[in-house]
Design a binder for this molecule. Structure first.
Ligand SMILES: [Fe+2]
Ligand SMILES: [Fe+2]
Length: 377
């Protein structure tokens, strides 16, 4: 027996009926709200419940339970192969049967994803306030030209670093929530890098620098990879890993505070991107050691594809040299040249170290690092 009092179905009385049916599958409902005689049968009809009118009550019997074939979308931790029928449901939700299936087949996981996402969320910075845009710029014009060329090159590379993972993100099963969040915030990081490098380039110049066919050819090959772990190896472990050294180089040789800060803050973010690439590949390798061969093959394939291109654009190399030299005296240029040579050695050291952490033996790590694109990314 359920007495609704004078509460109408348009005032929330249906909650009481639902609660009663959930408990006992049937209920005898009475009440004094004037619209009850119309509302109760209509409400039951829509939900497939039987409703029998008695003198001053309704006998309601619950229809087929629409949740009978519902399925729990995993638990708190992800499973390896979540089915498409879970759709967009939150991991752990009870999913009604018959929900639409989406074409989101990609499974990407690393147990560090949650921690790296939290770290990324806490480390977001505001380009408007984090960068000293008004810091004095007192270096020679040609050094400013070098800064503009380096920024132009960085923007192009950041654009690839944004678009390549986002294409995977668009196909990722939402079951891998932490990875989805991490890739989204990583895209926001790259968006910020593009913004600050563009603003820095335009501080004193109306036009940006050069974009070369070989630089673009190198980045274009990143779009060819279909396997996330392989793309992560080329882009994150080797490319963004090398970029870490490059950004530290720019930070250390920056001719002004603004350039120093954009490089320093971008490098902070890049370190997380590299960490996730490493974590994901390590996770995949643990389950499938044959991946190591596919990773090596992808590095070799990319090297072959780029063998005929010019490598790092000469203007970028010269701009880095001039940045480190800071002026035109022969002794300064010698110092600048030595610094750029040391930079490429440091990039190589970093790549070999990371390949070693993924279980490549020293000889393989050295060989594969040497095959990495001369364009750095
Ligand atoms: Fe970036
Ligand atoms: Fe990045």
């Amino acid at each position: 027996m359920l007495d609704l009092g004078d509460l109408g179905l348009d005032e929330g009385a249906h909650l009481l009926i639902k609660r009663a049916l959930a408990r006992d599958r049937s209920a005898i409902v009475t009440g004094s709200a004037p619209s009850l005689a119309i509302d109760v049968p209509a409400w039951c009809r829509v939900r497939g419940h039987a409703c029998e009118r008695r003198a001053d009550s309704f006998v309601i019997t619950a229809g087929a339970d629409r949740w009978r074939h519902a399925e729990r979308a995993g638990g708190s931790a992800p499973i390896a192969n979540p089915p498409a029928r879970w759709g967009l449901a939150a991991r752990g939700a009870l999913v009604e049967a018959g929900a639409p299936e989406l074409d989101l087949p990609l499974a990407v996981w690393a147990s560090e994803a949650e921690r790296l996402y939290a770290q990324a969320a806490a480390a977001q910075w505001d380009p408007a306030t984090a960068i000293p845009w008004d810091a004095p710029i007192e270096h020679p014009d040609e050094v400013e030209d070098a800064v503009v060329q380096i920024m132009t090159y960085l923007i192009e590379n950041e654009t690839a670093a944004l678009l390549v993972p986002v294409r995977f993100l668009g196909r990722l099963h939402p079951h891998f929530r932490e990875v989805m969040q991490l890739l989204a915030i990583q895209a926001a990081d790259e968006a910020r890098h593009i913004e600050v490098f563009t603003r820095r380039a335009r501080l004193r110049r109306r036009e940006l620098g050069l974009s070369t066919a070989s630089g673009q050819a190198s980045l274009a090959t990143l779009f060819d990879e279909r396997e996330f772990a392989v793309a992560a190896m080329l882009l994150a472990v080797l490319g963004e890993g090398s970029f870490l050294s490059l950004l530290w180089f720019i930070r250390d040789h920056a001719p002004d505070d603004c350039t120093r800060e954009v490089a320093r803050l971008a490098a902070q973010d890049e370190a997380r991107h590299v960490a996730f690439g490493l974590a994901h590949i390590a996770h995949e390798l643990a389950a499938d050691p044959s991946l190591r061969g596919r990773l090596a093959a992808a590095i070799e394939r990319r090297h072959t594809a780029l063998a005929q291109t010019a490598g790092l654009n000469e203007e970028v190399f010269d701009a880095l040299l001039l940045l480190a030299a800071g002026g035109w005296e022969p002794s300064a240029l010698r110092r600048g040249h030595a610094a750029v040579v040391a930079l490429s050695r440091e990039m190589d050291d970093g790549r070999r170290l990371r390949l070693g952490r993924l279980g490549f033996v020293a000889d393989d790590a050295a060989r594969l690092s040497a095959l990495h694109t001369r364009n750095f990314m």
